[in-house]
Ligand binder design. Structure first.
Ligand code: AMP
Ligand code: GLY
Length: 423
């Protein structure tokens, strides 16, 4: 079958790697992809958010199945547009993608369905938001309600910081239009975990658990990023906790979506905090996590395309996924300025050395997130440049392999955390 993969990050490189390995894939197109994916499929120069062009391409090329990586095209209704042309796709429709694209919608749904989450309120007027902060004494978290590439959340030290956050998000629009409304919630404490499930409209199938590291700095310091590394291993979450998260969070959410007449198909990603009072939901995403997908897919033995097709066809009950019993670790190598500066100010165009030597190591895969070719050389082209991934018998062995590969790679200004998967 002819498959179109949409997106250009490390998640999409990992997806392309698994899709290419599927017995169902005859031909793979990737829009727009990046230089790291060239050997896996045909790169199509259409941006991930260009819904009309992507739909036209898929129709004229007679694409059998489209896999949508990032949230933006989902929120823009790419799956709806493809469905009108009778093209099957992996990912929710625009109404389902609201779960991620509109934190106000997600919060209301969680409240209705009595899903454990941080106590919070939604505001679209800056005055009301400021008044609410002034009336609170507990530590707060201020979130831009719209899509902000994983960066629209400010965990506040004190009430003054929360007031600043409201002004920055709603008045100065530091996260752009995503800050037209905010969600202000209590600050929770505890380890975080990403729980991902495949969903086919009625059934949910939990993927193995993964954990990402969101702060730019070691020991979880500095600003939040999209993720500086991740790992996945068997038994990351105890069985009883998984069961609890499934019955208290995933299942009630699917019921609530159905009550809203939303036929949700694709990935449901719950960002959880394991608090003293049990698992609580920080956010929902409507797609696979990046970088979590990278170590996760390194462990997946089953045919990914079969599973994604089953999602879109409502046949998830016919699928069982097999996972490698080992651990996988992904260390992100990021550009100078990533995490600290606004995206356009992050350094780009820097030549990268050592890619081949690193990729030649056993059980290592290097997924490209922000690279391009210039004058015959591979150079940086974005914030998160590479996801250096390795599999090992346990987390410690996978870490050693991943960092051995990292140590062969160099580019000027390279940022990384040395404490990924150090639990
Ligand atoms: P989100 O995009 O909502 O997952 O938030 C990004 C990150 O902010 C999370 O991974 C947490 O580290 C942190 N965060 C979000 N909400 C809360 C909360 N209510 N309490 C503490 N930390 C939070
Ligand atoms: N790694 C977090 C995310 O994909 O949102």
């Amino acid at each position: 079958m002819k498959i179109l993969l949409v997106g250009s990050g490390g998640r999409e490189h990992a997806l392309a790697w698994k899709i290419k390995a599927s017995r169902l894939c005859d031909r793979l197109y990737i829009a727009p992809g990046n230089v790291g994916m060239e050997a896996l499929g045909e790169l199509v120069p259409i941006a991930a958010g260009a819904v009309t062009e992507l739909t036209h391409f898929a129709a004229t090329q007679k694409i059998d199945f489209a896999v949508i990586g990032p949230e933006d095209p989902l929120a823009l209704g790419l799956v709806d547009a493809l469905a009108e042309k009778k093209i099957r796709a992996f990912g929710p429709t625009r109404s389902g993608a609201q779960l991620e694209a509109d934190k106000t919608f997600a919060k209301k749904l969680m409240r209705e369905a009595r899903i454990p989450t941080a106590e919070g309120r939604c505001f679209s007027a800056v005055r009301d938001a400021l008044a609410y902060v002034e009336s609170r004494t507990e530590p707060l978290v201020v979130k831009a309600a719209g899509l902000a590439r994983g960066k629209g959340v400010v965990v506040c030290r004190d009430p003054v910081a929360a007031l600043d956050a409201v002004r920055n998000i709603m008045e100065k629009k530091v996260f752009g239009p995503a800050g037209a409304a905010v969600v202000i919630e209590e600050r929770l404490e505890g380890p975080e975990v990403s729980l991902l499930a495949l969903v086919d409209g009625h059934t949910a199938y939990l993927l193995e658990a993964a954990r990402d590291h969101k702060r730019i700095g070691e020991h979880d310091t500095g600003p939040n990023t999209g993720g500086m590394g991740a790992y996945s291993c068997p038994d990351l979450l105890a069985e009883d906790l998984l069961k609890r998260a499934e019955s208290e969070i995933i299942v009630p959410l699917l019921d609530a979506l159905r009550r809203q007449e939303i036929d949700y198909r694709g990935v449901l990603y719950a960002g959880l905090m394991l608090t003293a009072g049990g698992p609580k939901t920080l956010e929902f995403n409507c797609r696979l996590g990046d970088p979590e997908t990278q170590p996760l897919l390194m462990r997946l033995q089953s045919d990914l395309v079969e599973a994604m097709l089953a999602c879109s066809e409502g046949k998830l009950d016919q699928i069982t996924l097999q996972w490698r019993p080992e651990a996988a670790v992904c260390v992100v190598l990021a550009s100078e300025g990533y995490g600290w500066k606004a995206d356009p100010e992050v350094t780009r165009g820097v030549p990268i050395d050592g890619l081949e030597a690193a990729a030649a190591l056993p059980d290592v895969q290097i997924f490209h997130g922000g690279t391009t070719r210039r004058e015959g050389r591979i150079v940086t082209s974005g914030g998160r440049v590479l996801g250096v991934c390795a599999v090992g018998a346990d987390v410690a062995a996978a870490r050693r392999r991943a960092y051995a590969a990292v140590d062969k790679i160099h580019f000027a200004g390279m940022q990384l955390r040395r404490d990924i998967a150090q639990i």
